[in-house]
Write a new protein. Structure first.
Length: 444
């Protein structure tokens, strides 16, 4: 999270206002995972809807338990530049209820649960790239292993007091590197291992429910205010308010930019484009919103909207099957938002560092952002690919081809998203015509 700012020599005291604010923000961030489930669930075909929802929901269960057992200790405990450790935080059994997070006015428990919600949604983001073809048991095991081996160390690098990226001065207000580049690179690594869906580039694979997509995007947009503004861990100096404003501004700019690109490129303004553009803006402002002005946020959002809209088509050019554009939106959006800090940082927000367009026009912050971006990208991509390869060679990652073709919902969950059995559409042979039968003429 953002670096601590100490304005007085006296020790911080518990703030009921900041504590309550952070608990609300934590709940908002949790809401984003069901929102993501709806967003992804509407984008897949009918036969995969429930599986897509469950791939997000299972992350809530798995990561919550692992975070309590050891994840929080490894991510935010003191230790090396690469991983943390605090024995008192294992199982959270030795944390005082009013013990403050160092340098802040909120309890450790509150910071812990806020960070838990980040850890939950990050592997859930990966699931959109794997739609239609992954065994649910393999996915659940992947979530547990990836959260431990990839997310926890990267969170320590970026936000831990001893993390190498934190000490280097890499700015990541709320997760451009630790969440979005991390998840997007992981998605790319896994899909390169498990391969394409049956019928990729041949069969129509359009979203089955655009209203569900729009609902999910709306929930994500709403929850993202907790995700971003809450990452200052209070609002005593107005930086959280700046982040709140910039979140709204950048998201709006990205949505408009995506729609403009879409109209020029494809001749229409689509609801899917509006939803995807909004998410691209949210992703891009996540690392940068505490460091740029509202005008800078417009630039960040507009650039991300165009860049991500262009990037989603790369899968057809290069032949990797990123089912729901996780790479194009989250990885590319995270890269754009993180690197643009090196240009648009004003030095008046979360950090005194300035970008190329401000202060002494130094490239210093840009180089730091590059180091953080490409280290996280490379680590996540390689380790995720290796993890997927090992799982594939042991328990198998993919469902059988006939299951993929017929629909993964019924095979993996013994359910379907929609029951059409009572929807009519035919008459039983030999049955007499009735008023309800389409074979009987009914007078107007």
């Amino acid at each position: 999270m953002a670096p601590a700012i100490t304005l007085a020599a006296e020790a911080p005291k518990l703030s009921s206002a900041n504590t309550g604010f952070m608990l609300i923000c934590s709940a908002l961030v949790l809401l984003m995972t069901p929102g993501l489930a709806f967003f992804y669930g509407g984008m897949v075909r009918v036969k995969s809807t429930l599986n897509m929802l469950m791939m997000s929901f299972i992350s809530i269960g798995i990561i919550t338990i692992l975070w309590v057992l050891y994840g929080f200790s490894l991510a935010f405990g003191s230790g090396s530049p690469f991983i943390g450790w605090n024995a008192d935080w294992i199982g959270l059994s030795d944390i005082g209820l009013t013990e403050l997070w160092p340098g802040y006015t909120i309890p450790v428990f509150v910071f812990m649960v806020f960070q838990m919600m980040f850890a939950i949604i990050t592997p859930a983001l990966i699931s959109g790239a794997l739609a239609d073809r992954v065994k649910f048991t393999a996915w659940a095991l992947f979530v547990a292993l990836w959260g431990t081996i990839v997310y926890v160390p990267v969170a320590h690098w970026v936000w831990g007091a001893d993390g190498w990226a934190y000490k280097l001065g890499v700015i990541d207000f709320a997760g451009g590197t630790a969440v979005h580049i991390n998840a997007g690179a992981a998605a790319l690594g896994v899909i390169l291992v498990i391969g394409k869906r049956v019928g990729f580039k041949k069969d129509p694979m359009r979203p089955h429910s655009l209203p569900l997509v729009m609902l999910g995007a709306g929930l994500l947009w709403f929850g993202w205010f907790g995700f971003n503004a809450g990452s200052w861990l209070g609002n005593d100096d107005g930086v959280g308010a700046l982040m709140f404003v910039n979140t709204q501004v950048a998201t709006a700019a990205a949505m408009l930019a995506w729609l403009a690109y879409e109209k020029i490129k494809h001749g229409a303004f689509t609801t899917l484009g509006a939803a995807s553009g909004a998410v691209a803006g949210l992703v891009a402002i996540t690392p940068s919103g505490g460091a740029v002005s509202p005008l800078g946020a417009i630039a960040v959002g507009a650039i991300a909207g165009v860049a991500c809209a262009a990037a989603v088509g790369l899968k057809f050019r290069f032949g990797y099957d990123d089912s729901l554009d996780v790479v194009g939106v989250h990885m590319v959006g995270g890269i754009v938002g993180s690197l643009l800090i090196g240009f648009f940082a004003t030095g008046k927000g979360q950090s005194a560092a300035t970008g190329v367009f401000y202060g002494d026009h130094s490239f210093d912050q840009l180089w730091k952002q590059c180091a953080g971006v490409f280290a996280v990208l490379a680590y996540s991509l390689i380790v995720s690919a290796v993890l997927a390869f090992l799982l594939d060679k042991t328990i198998g990652m993919r469902v059988p081809e006939d299951v993929e073709v017929s629909g993964i919902d019924r095979a993996e969950h013994a359910e379907t998203a929609y029951d059409f059995s009572g929807a009519g559409g035919g008459v039983v042979a030999g049955a007499p015509a009735t008023a309800a039968s389409p074979n009987k003429k009914v007078d107007a």
